[in-house]
Ligand binder design. Structure first.
Ligand SMILES: C[S@@+](CC[C@H](N)C(=O)[O-])C[C@H]1O[C@@H](n2cnc3c(N)ncnc32)[C@H](O)[C@@H]1O
Length: 270
């Protein structure tokens, strides 16, 4: 992971939330919210919450008595999340690194993290921290993307950008969001951190977009891929986005398009 991989700031939160969330995150947020609701937690800690797609899904499903503490490393992502939810006294917000949580031991019934652990510089340390704040028998839920070849829009765009910057291809998507999908390694790292009764489920999805342009903007301008493109040549952001849109059109057509997604959903008990 490079230092810019974890920077979700500037124009990224708005574009991420408007274009990328409906494209790839909403389906998995609904899935995770159902799983969390089933264990009937009295209080939930969400880490790496981003612009709050899972927060909104949990808020609509959890009962009136259940509270949700919502955290993320990047305050601009949380600002966007807060602006999307109407006042709800079950929800509190706090900027926090998932590896250094500002909560006392054994405070939560559930910790949940949607597509965030791939960004942890030390996965075992992140899992230990989740375990530390869980009550005995507490539930840890998270999901990770499968390899990029099984997530078609991200794959096609990453290949297109390699053509734009052939000497130094921007590899953010492959390196970080799609760089942590070895299920055996995940199980081992959770076990090392002290978790037990680990279950992993593969969940397939579809990303649907009105045209190739929306996913191209979403990935190139609404993720840290934007930081990588800017590092190479900021004046080529639009050109890179156009090349990505063209590659999607070549592969999926120019009208409404659909791509395959695959993720793993993990549940572990403290
Ligand atoms: C791909 S986004 C997922 C956001 C959200 N969960 C969603 O489903 O849309 C990854 C998020 O991880 C956050 N993040 C990265 N490193 C983090 C860390 N060490 N602790 C907490 N959050 C982190 C980023 O700010 C970003 O919001």
């Amino acid at each position: 992971m490079t230092t810019t991989d974890k920077v979700f700031a500037g124009s990224i939160p708005e574009i991420y939330d408007r274009l990328l969330v409906p494209l790839i995150f909403e389906t998995y947020a609904r899935d995770l919210a159902v799983r969390v609701t089933r264990v009937a937690p009295g209080n939930v800690l969400e880490t790496a919450a981003g612009t709050g797609v899972l927060t909104r899904a949990m808020a609509s499903q959890l009962p009136a008595g259940a509270s949700i503490t919502v955290t993320d490393l990047n305050a601009p992502m949380l600002d966007r999340a807060m602006s999307r939810l109407s006042a709800d006294n079950r929800i509190s917000w706090r900027q926090a690194d998932a590896l250094e949580l500002p909560f006392v031991d054994q405070s939560f019934d559930a910790v949940v993290c949607q597509f965030g652990v791939m960004f942890f510089p030390d996965k075992v340390a992140g899992y230990r921290e989740a375990r530390r704040v869980l009550k005995p028998d507490g539930n840890f839920f998270f999901n990770v993307w499968d390899k990029i070849a099984n997530n078609e829009f991200a794959d096609v765009i990453t290949q297109a950008l390699a053509g734009v910057f052939p000497n130094d291809p921007p590899r953010f998507m492959a390196r970080t969001p799609h760089g942590y999908h070895n299920v055996e390694r995940i199980r081992e790292e959770l076990t090392t951190a002290g978790f037990a009764r680990i279950s992993v489920e593969m969940v397939d999805g579809k990303s649907v977009a009105p045209s190739p342009r929306e996913p191209a903007i979403a990935f190139c301008q609404g993720t840290p891929l934007r930081n990588e493109i800017a590092e190479r040549d900021a004046s080529r952001l639009e050109d890179a986005t156009n090349k990505a849109a063209q590659a999607l059109a070549d592969r999926f057509g120019t009208g409404p398009i659909e791509g395959r997604m695959r993720a793993y959903v993990i549940h572990a008990l403290r």
